[in-house]
Design a protein around this ligand. Structure first.
Ligand code: PHE
Length: 450
């Protein structure tokens, strides 16, 4: 190992890792994306496939990716390189690290735009004019935002600048502090919204939409989307959890920590779904309305609650925090690589990666207005970047992690790192056979190869 192993920062405790990994996992993926994907892809059946993907594919890969990170203790590219050396495999494995850096970068470019929307909604809720808002007005308010590139431009810029500021302060300064207070708050707000949903007319219909699977409503592409969402939401296949694992002290149980994080992540997504769909049905809205779903439904709920403006502000502030703790995970691999390999200062690495990511994000801003007519394979710019990353690049990254951990890394190495006792064999079988085959089958069949 190089000296970097010792220079590389470490988390102050296991709790700090769990908080940071949850911060990376829990984000717009849970609150914004999961509900609208479930709405677009048939509800219950999508949710069932999603849960299966988290358990059978996501968790084993999450354990593997964290383990690779801790073993390598460097940025994803160098980690893959030195682990390949250790296992006497070829250096080409470091391309897996590259793929991850690129995926994180692409995802952050649009993630920042959507996080900007949530910042706009903090102000809108605060202005009070959302109180007793009708479904039509809520839809119009959202459409106005979507068709205003200049407003999205401003908030995308603000969000990206805030992210890079936190990232530039390094692991224990910025990252740990940012994650500590956000999650409990978010959890409480979601429970509050769920309470409101329970009292609404649409509750029964919302619940059966979400939890009563009707498998005739999904196809190969929805299964791919569900699997991609499992990767996206857990933050897998792109080196984020690998780099967080690289900051993890030895002898902390990787399996226990990751299962905890995955469960929390799934719970938050389900709580968000439970909050949203009753509102959809009570107001005769379409579950298939897409990325605007939470922005067009939740203001209606807040508008009817006593103290709703305050809760609405709080909620979108928490969404902002959830987004920023994921954003720092998305860009961390690129920044760590630039600063560790290119001898750039951390500040400079942040500046360059932030600037280029911001520039690419303008494509997403314009895809909702000026460029909405420009499509490739039937997808606009935002949809294309999203599809490529969540449904192709993250799963491919996940397969590579699984293959490396299961077939390339020596058995003794992973057995010592994981300290899982008898569960080890189960994990090893899954990571060698089940996860890579399942991911490959789903991806290939959805893109029409098989
Ligand atoms: N998991 C995050 C979310 O759900 C997004 C993310 C993806 C973060 C990949 C890190 C890596 O919003």
């Amino acid at each position: 190992m190089t000296d970097q192993r010792f220079l590389h920062n470490q988390w102050s405790s296991r709790l700090a890792f769990v908080l940071a990994a949850s911060g990376s996992a829990i984000g717009l993926g849970n609150i914004w994306k999961f509900p609208y994907l479930a709405g677009e892809n048939g509800g219950g059946a999508f949710v069932a496939v999603y849960l299966l993907c988290v358990a059978a594919i996501g968790i084993p890969i999450m354990i593997a990716e964290t383990m690779l990170g801790r073993r390598g203790r460097q940025n994803p590219i160098n980690t893959m390189l030195s682990l390949a050396q250790e296992a006497k495999a070829g250096p080409a494995w470091h391309y897996a690290g590259w793929l991850g850096v690129l995926s994180g970068f692409l995802i952050l470019s649009y993630y920042s735009v959507i996080a900007g929307w949530s910042m706009v909604y903090i102000l809108k809720m605060n202005s009070g004019y959302m109180s007793h808002i009708s479904a039509e007005t809520a839809a119009r308010v959202f459409d106005d935002l979507k068709s205003a590139p200049e407003i999205q431009f401003i908030w995308h810029t603000v969000f990206m600048a805030a992210t890079m500021l936190i990232v530039s302060r390094g692991v224990s300064g910025g990252l740990e502090r940012a994650t500590r207070f956000m999650m409990p708050g978010l959890f409480i707000m979601l429970i509050l919204l769920d309470g409101y949903a329970m009292s609404s007319d649409g509750f029964g219909q919302g619940m059966s939409f979400l939890f009563k699977p009707d498998f005739s409503r999904i196809n190969g592409e929805s299964v791919l989307v569900a699997m991609g969402q499992a990767f996206f939401s857990l933050g897998l296949g792109m080196g984020a959890i690998m780099i967080y694992g690289s900051y993890l002290p030895d002898h902390v149980s990787i399996s226990r920590s990751t299962i905890f994080v995955a469960s929390a992540d799934t719970l938050v997504a389900l709580l968000a779904g439970v909050a949203i769909f009753p509102i959809v049905f009570a107001n005769h809205l379409e579950p298939t309305m897409g990325p605007g779903l939470i922005f067009q439904t939740l203001p209606i709920a807040f508008g009817q609650m006593p103290g709703g403006s305050l809760f609405g502000v709080l909620f979108f502030v928490l969404v902002f925090f959830a987004a920023i703790t994921s954003a720092i995970a998305l860009i961390e691999p690129a920044v760590a690589w630039l600063s560790e390999n290119q001898a750039m200062s951390r500040e400079k690495a942040c500046l360059w990666s932030g600037l280029s990511c911001w520039l690419l994000g303008l494509g997403t801003v314009f895809s909702f207005n000026l460029w909405s007519g420009n499509t490739w394979f039937g997808k606009n710019f935002f949809e294309l970047v999203d599809f490529l990353t969540a449904n192709i690049m993250l799963p491919v990254g996940g397969i590579l992690v699984a293959l490396f951990a299961g077939w390339i890394m020596r058995r003794e190495t992973s057995e010592t790192e994981l300290e899982m006792g008898s569960a080890y064999n189960y994990w090893r079988f899954t990571i060698r056979y089940v996860s890579p085959l399942a991911v490959a089958l789903v991806t290939l069949s959805a893109v029409g190869v098989i």
